[in-house]
Design a protein around this ligand. Structure first.
Ligand SMILES: [Zn+2]
Length: 625
């Protein structure tokens, strides 16, 4: 199957200036023909995307595991197409016995799934799709088609039992719940794939439109709700001293203990109604997620994320007081908001806050992260940074994570090293990175590790899938950064983010934007890293004496256009390192000659890739004797 992926197809309507076109699947070509995408990397003149308004009310009364919801969805069809069968996603049906999933399920993971109690379309009652054969999506057959530029109104009443086993969602403990993917939603209908009918099977993540949300959560007294969006009327929900500390955190660089263990013990955290209604509002955002607990402490602080306006964003942590590392997590989150806003990607953090909630997932949601507790705070910080980095991709950028997960995981994994180098120093950060992100790919000779990164993620499941999405894609970015230099790379990245935030970019939009903004044809490197079955294995073929020094011939056995450091030791005991960018592979990706200009006698040469780990280091050296 993947053999097809590296056959380059000459396309008659291709820009003449681009020498070597990137492989493009037939469905993607259609989008360029229709003008919804553009070869200069901008959204096309006919670009469109659909959106919706969600009004949701949820009732959660722990330790009762039954979660009840009602919602109204107003869905706007901005496409030029008449829609007959809107697709509705019910992600939590992955908990149903018999649901297709990447992993097995234990008893405490299984539930009866999402039970739809009532469903109306434009006021007309529809049969509830509680068929045991329906899993994470179903098609709604409309009697009146949804015309272009028209809207439709859907209402759902539903309930589900929260899963005892918690990962991206579920029960953290008997009175702490993490609610995510909990509401019926309209799937993405887009310009290159139509309706998103991919089953959610756990491994592959999500794809969401930008919608406006009002979510109200009814919970018992002394339960705090943390989540996506602006909390409405906190003064009606929190006890005065807690409200005062919450407000203080919004302008404080230092961490404020908003809810302490003493407050929890005194059972006087919230307004003492039997049931409190917590309402959150967020507009133009891809999803909403919430954590609720009656015994999590709450820390907060904030950072200026936009120097031009002085805008601050809140950094919060909600956790069990016994989790030692979590006492630092609000500070780590604040550092992330500050660093990502000012350094890489250097785009102001786009939301008003971020809450890191203690769970089991290592998972991102807009304005929320659900992270484990670790004994090693370097790990706690790195995981928080990774999940917070996801704010940009997939959320700000509207990535189709299911199909092109490398477009968000690859970026989070790139940002993870960039911030890590400043946190713990270059050497330590790269050592951790190599062990955690790269080594598995480097040392696994399985065929699926060589499958090109551009392969749709939903077509892959094994170790090669993880390498494509995380380490390989990140190294592809680092190779391009090495070629262009930090400044030009950042200019291209920021242009891509400026052009596509709030939209649905696909890989070609990213590659073409870099070509366009750099003014260079970079297709040879994109093609090498993202479209070909390459891996990293460089070898010293020979070293020849010349009149000005030496010629080092390097053979590229694995094919990847990786940068490399040529480490030279001289007979006089001195040493040099000559850094080679991927440019050495531009004209010939099999072999290159590096000129070493020196009057000294070279004793030995070694090729060191650094984070570009070499699969076979036995052929990386040369000695004069
Ligand atoms: Zn990630």
């Amino acid at each position: 199957m993947h053999r097809l992926l590296f056959i380059f197809i000459a396309i008659t309507w291709w820009h003449l200036s681009i020498a070597q076109p990137l492989y493009m699947p037939r469905d993607i070509k259609q989008a360029y023909k229709k003008g919804t995408r553009s070869f200069d990397g901008n959204p096309g003149k006919n670009y469109w995307q659909n959106r919706a308004r969600y009004d949701i009310t949820i009732t959660a009364m722990p330790p009762d595991r039954n979660i009840k919801g009602t919602e109204t969805i107003t869905y706007f069809n901005n496409s030029p197409d008449t829609l007959l069968n809107p697709v509705i996603k019910l992600f939590l049906n992955i908990h149903k016995p018999g649901a297709p999933r990447n992993y097995g399920a234990t008893e405490d993971y299984l539930t009866t799934g999402v039970q739809i109690d009532d469903l109306t379309v434009d006021g007309d009652k529809f049969n509830s799709p509680n068929n045991p054969g329906i899993f994470t999506w179903f098609g709604l057959h409309l009697s009146n088609p949804l015309l272009p530029h028209d809207s439709i109104r859907l209402t759902f009443d539903w309930h589900y039992t929260i899963s005892e086993q918690s990962n991206r969602e579920g029960m953290i403990d008997s009175t702490t719940y993490f609610l995510a993917y909990f509401y019926p939603r309209v799937a993405v209908y887009d310009d290159y794939n139509g309706w998103d009918r991919i089953n959610f099977m756990d491994n592959h993540e999500f794809y969401s439109d930008f919608n406006d949300y009002t979510v109200t959560l009814n919970v018992p007294k002394n339960y705090v709700v943390w989540g996506t969006g602006t909390l409405q009327h906190p003064e009606k929900l929190l006890q005065p001293e807690i409200l005062q500390r919450y407000n203080q955190s919004l302008t404080s660089d230092a961490t404020v203990n908003i809810v302490t263990q003493e407050n929890i013990n005194a059972k006087n955290v919230t307004t003492q109604n039997d049931v409190n209604s917590w309402q959150f509002v967020a507009n133009n955002i891809p999803d909403m997620a919430f954590g609720i607990s009656d015994h999590f402490v709450w820390d907060g602080c904030s950072a200026v994320v936009d120097d031009a306006t002085g805008r601050r964003a809140g950094a919060f942590a909600a956790y069990n007081d016994t989790a030692k590392d979590y006492h630092f997590v609000a500070r780590y989150a604040r550092h992330s908001l500050d660093w990502f806003s000012h350094k890489w990607p250097g785009v102001p953090y786009p939301y008003e806050k971020m809450t890191v909630f203690q769970g089991y997932a290592g998972m991102e949601y807009p304005m929320m992260a659900n992270d484990e507790t670790y004994s090693d705070t370097i790990r706690s910080r790195a995981v928080a940074e990774h999940e917070i980095a996801h704010t940009y991709m997939p959320f700000y950028m509207g990535i189709n994570e299911t199909r092109y997960g490398f477009m968000d995981e690859g970026w989070a994994t790139t940002l993870e090293l960039l911030i890590g180098r400043e946190d713990v120093g270059v050497e330590k950060a790269e050592q951790i990175y190599k062990g955690f992100r790269i080594a598995r790919w480097t040392h696994d000779p399985s065929s699926d590790q060589d499958i090109p990164i551009i392969t749709p993620g939903d077509a892959l499941t094994g170790g090669g899938f993880a390498s494509n999405e995380y380490g390989k894609a990140a190294l592809g970015h680092f190779a391009m950064m090495d070629l262009l230099g930090d400044e030009l790379f950042k200019k291209c990245l920021q242009a891509y983010m400026d052009r596509w935030h709030g939209k649905h970019p696909i890989p070609w939009d990213f590659f073409y934007t870099f070509n366009n903004v750099s003014g260079q044809d970079l297709n040879w490197l994109w093609s090498n890293w993202f479209f070909n079955p390459n891996y990293i294995d460089l070898a010293v073929e020979k070293v020849d004496k010349t009149s000005s020094g030496y010629n080092l011939t390097i053979q590229n056995i694995g094919g990847m256009a990786a940068p490399v450091n040529v480490q030279i030791s001289y007979d006089d005991g001195s040493a040099d390192t000559l850094h080679q960018t991927p440019a050495i592979w531009k004209s010939d990706q099999k072999k290159t000659v590096v000129n070493i200009t020196t009057k000294k006698q070279v004793r030995s040469i070694r090729l060191d890739g650094g984070i570009f780990m070499d699969a076979d280091e036995s052929n990386n050296g040369w000695n004069s004797q």
